[in-house]
Design a binder for this molecule. Structure first.
Ligand SMILES: CC(=O)N[C@H]1[C@@H](OP(=O)(O)OP(=O)(O)OC[C@H]2O[C@@H](n3ccc(=O)[nH]c3=O)[C@H](O)[C@@H]2O)O[C@H](CO)[C@@H](O)[C@@H]1O
Ligand SMILES: C=C(OP(=O)(O)O)C(=O)O
Length: 442
């Protein structure tokens, strides 16, 4: 639930207040109706960071109203940016545009208390370095799903001529003038690619990022940078080429739909049954997911900017391995594990991106799910009935998996610590309620 987000002129200081700690779900209702998919969290956060690269006024449309976005806006404000956003409306309706003015940014140091709340806050590093020649940013927080180092980010910026040191938990990076370079990433890191890409836009000369991340969120960021005047080729491929420019200009930008939110709702239908129309969704970003869900027996109709999903029969088991895009996303692994717990057979879900992303499994077991984890795989023997229980959310997507599992479990499921959920879903509970789920905040 969004509360008291009151614009007070351009100096608005607002945070999402959340007095609730849990969600109570009564399972058994099928989902029926139509929903609007929100803007993508993982596209909005880098786009907001990219506003640092130019001085002036930006208008960001389809920006999701989530705690991570509000945390990042506070971070931008701490650097001297100003923003206004009237977020009083229902999450069932599109949000009004977010206005950001970066003309008064005068600090290159990001505060610890904001950066430690989430991973994407580290994305201010590249833009601050490019704009000021210096950036001091604490090592980032984020979901506890693995070690999550930032060595690729730092090696990339070093290749562009920057020097860095880590002191008292802060990464301190400086450079006289960034210079283009060839950078080969050991792994196609999403935020690593984004940080290097943003820094390279204002470097002198050509940067080639090899083994770059191909995620739609990286493409969205790169497309916005191109609109701002950056010279970038190869977005959406594993080689991105950037020809540095002297300056960039502010632009209006519209955030792409959240493919992870859309996937979560499709899996919710897999568990609860029924039929949903997901509006403002981009099925082209969900190829790997749609193919697995179709194999599991869900009926899926793809339209240009909508997806219709229906469950007529019991879900069949499928095996899934997470991969960088265009493979099956790790951010839907927990939700898929929950759906497979209700399937008619045995499935193996292998997590290849993060080494500790099965914390939802112990919680799903409380519902009676038959799952065991062996190294990087969860082996799931589907059951035709799970029973509600009190559960604790451990991270963002784990929370979503527990909520959708609760929709299918018999009786009442309570998911505690839902601040994790609110980091990355725009009113998941309100949206589910609007299509027939019995779910309330406690
Ligand atoms: C804000 C955002 O966009 N978050 C997403 C982003 O996270 P994030 O960008 O943090 O994920 P990465 O793609 O960087 O991580 C992939 C793998 O590379 C490793 N690695 C990464 C960077 C680095 O410097 N060194 C290193 O070893 C990580 O530990 C992980 O094992 O992509 C993930 C993978 O799709 C998603 O789950 C997150 O939702
Ligand atoms: C892991 C996620 O977010 P973050 O990278 O911000 O922790 C996520 O969106 O699932």
């Amino acid at each position: 639930m969004l509360r008291r987000i009151i614009p007070r002129g351009i100096f608005t200081v607002n945070l999402m207040e959340n007095e609730y700690s849990g969600l109570k779900i009564r399972g058994g209702n099928p989902l029926e109706g139509s929903l609007r998919i929100s803007g993508a969290k993982n596209a909005a956060l880098p786009v907001l960071c990219a506003t640092i690269l130019s001085s002036g006024k930006f208008e960001v449309s389809n920006c999701p109203r989530l705690t991570d976005v509000f945390t990042l806006l506070e971070l931008l404000k701490s650097l001297g940016a100003r923003w206004e956003w009237d977020t009083d409306g229902s999450v069932l309706e599109p949000p009004p545009p977010l206005n950001i003015d970066t003309s008064h940014i005068n600090s290159f140091e990001a505060p610890f208390e904001l950066v430690q709340k989430m991973r994407a806050s580290f994305l201010v590093l590249g833009p601050l370095l490019a704009r000021f020649g210096r950036a001091k940013v604490p090592l980032p927080g984020g979901c506890e799903i693995g070690a999550r180092p930032v060595n690729f980010h730092l090696a990339g910026l070093e290749a562009l001529g920057a020097q860095w040191k880590i002191e008292s938990g802060f990464v301190d990076v400086s450079v006289h003038k960034l210079k283009g370079a060839r950078i080969l990433l050991d792994f196609p890191s999403v935020t690593g690619t984004e940080n290097i890409l943003m820094a390279a836009t204002l470097a002198h000369g050509k940067t080639i990022i090899e083994n770059a991340a191909m995620e739609p969120e990286v493409v969205d960021l790169g497309s916005m940078l191109k609109n701002m005047g950056a010279k970038i080729e190869g977005l959406g491929t594993s080689t991105i080429v950037v020809e540095g420019v002297k300056s960039l200009r502010p632009v209006p930008w519209t955030i792409i739909p959240d493919r992870i939110e859309a996937g979560t709702f499709m899996m919710a239908v897999g568990i609860a049954g029924g039929r949903l129309e997901l509006k403002n969704a981009n099925p082209a970003h969900l190829d790997a997911v749609i193919s697995k869900l179709a194999a599991s027996g869900l009926e899926i109709h793809q339209k240009k900017d909508a997806i219709e999903v229906r469950r007529r029969t019991r879900i069949k088991s499928v095996d899934v391995t997470t991969m960088p895009y265009p493979g099956f996303p790790t951010d839907l692994q927990a939700q898929m594990t929950a759906m497979m717990a209700f399937s008619s057979g045995l499935s193996v879900i292998t997590e290849q991106i993060f080494e500790n992303r099965f914390r939802h499994v112990d919680e799903l077991r409380r519902l009676g799910a038959d799952i065991r984890v062996e190294q990087r795989s969860a082996i799931i023997r589907g059951k035709d009935e799970l029973t509600g229980a009190p559960l604790t959310a451990t991270d963002l997507r784990a929370s979503a998996s527990l909520v959708i599992a609760g929709l299918g479990a018999k009786g009442t499921t309570t998911v505690f610590d839902i601040h994790h959920l609110d980091r990355g879903y725009e009113g998941l509970d309100e949206k589910l309620r609007s299509v027939g789920a019995e779910i309330k905040r406690i």
